[in-house]
Design a protein around this ligand. Sequence first.
Ligand SMILES: [Fe+2]
Ligand SMILES: [Fe+2]
Length: 178
Amino acid sequence: MMHAIKRRKSIREPGNKHRDAGASSLSEAIRRHHRNLGGTLRSHARGVGGGEPQTERESFAAFLKFDLLPHARGEERHLYSTIDKLVREHGNPTATMAVDHEFINDYVTKIEVVIQRLKSAVESERPRLLRELRELSLRLDAVFELHLAKEEQVYLPLIEKYLGRTDQDRILEAIHKS
Ligand SMILES: [Fe+2]
Ligand SMILES: [Fe+2]
């Protein structure tokens, strides 16, 4: 919820005119807000779906509707146009996708580890490991679903519209070889 982000006092950083106080305090405020949202989401997510009281489920729904969604709306309305400009001038538009790939790699490693552990786990450890396997798999599934949607909704239409057949064939061949 961008409007809930508290403004912080300016801190001048001498010697770096591009990192003025406004820039650094905005990113700090966003990180802090993300930590709060992420922490709250995680604790709700881990607490529901069992025998929790209905009031807990309703407070989860209220958090999603009145905190999580407004945060996304606030960013779309007030932040992303500036981010577009910054990325065009100083960034790399596919860096966010490489972050997705890092997360996907991490999940794959963690899932492999749990599967290996299950091979030799004693009976008392199995329920916890199986729960962990299920949770990691669902989280990877969510990340992968989102990642595919981004590639298919944003990148593929650009390829179809602007990339010639020869370039398409060259890339396809390279992807198949790797
Ligand atoms: Fe955000
Ligand atoms: Fe990908």
